[in-house]
Design a protein around this ligand. Structure first.
Ligand code: GLP
Length: 241
């Protein structure tokens, strides 16, 4: 496991450098996380793309998860997040964006189909964040370490954390999501884990230095052969002690 601890102003640069170092040339398959933490990475990639330093327009973007019940055009959907914050700035065409279809009448079927698509494609580098409860994508505590893409219920903690994206209203945060499983995520050839802020300190320490166990879903990454961690000092502080 490679670890870089960097201050806020260098976080995006370190994350973008780490990503580009692991991403193969050609038409890479890039697994993308949503949430607040990777936004600055995506902004930095957009800046490099506009400046001609990188060209990811041939990439295929594979999302980790999606809320059940939100349409792709809903601005709170992860489909919209991937389109607006990642694909558009990088010039990735809509046909190269893969997000679980949370608005399908049968989300279980959508999950199974997504699993098959991701398995067939193969992700080169998976960008990941970590929830304050140790979740990975939407695999909440208790998720089997070998789980596949499926419909899951979201914990109170996660809905509370994500209410900030829904105008602060927890009741507006969907109760269910489709998420890649921990087993699905671990098939990616390389994982880039991003963690920032004091709210992630306990979860990060438990995930990286505690036992590998379903009650800390991100701990499954200890079993992955190629993980790069970019953390800020606040998220890393419990590791150092
Ligand atoms: C969200 C997403 C995860 C993300 C995590 C952390 O709920 N489903 O993929 O990594 O929680 O998000 P943030 O970076 O906003 O703290």
């Amino acid at each position: 496991m490679r670890v870089t601890v960097v201050d806020d102003e260098k976080f995006a640069i370190a994350a973008a450098d780490a990503l580009m170092a692991r991403l193969p040339a050609g038409a890479p398959r890039l697994g993308v996380a949503t949430g607040g933490t990777p936004m600055r990475l995506y902004a930095e990639l957009g800046r490099r793309s506009r400046g001609g330093e990188i060209d990811l327009s041939d990439a295929t973007l594979v999302a980790l998860d999606e809320y059940v019940g939100l349409d792709v055009d809903d601005r709170h959907s992860y489909a919209a997040y991937v389109r607006v914050r990642i694909a558009d700035p990088l010039g990735v065409p809509p046909a190269n964006i893969l997000v679980p279809q949370g608005s399908r009448e049968d989300p279980e079927a959508a999950a199974a189909e997504f699993e098959a698509v991701v398995a067939g494609l193969g992700v080169d580098v998976q960008i990941a964040g970590i929830g304050s409860n140790g979740h990975l994508a939407f695999n909440e505590p208790g998720s089997p370490l070998d789980s596949m893409t499926r419909v899951v219920g979201l914990s109170e903690q996660t809905r509370r954390d994500n209410a900030r994206f829904f105008g602060g209203r927890i009741e507006a945060v969907p109760r269910y999501a489709i998420t890649q499983g921990l087993g699905t995520i671990c098939r990616a050839r390389s994982v880039l884990l991003l963690a920032a802020g004091p709210a992630k300190a306990d979860a990060l320490a438990a995930a990286l230095s505690g036992p590998v166990a379903a009650d800390v879903p991100a701990s499954v990454l200890q079993r992955h052969p190629d993980v790069t961690v970019i953390a800020d000092p606040a998220a890393w502080c419990k590791m150092a002690s």
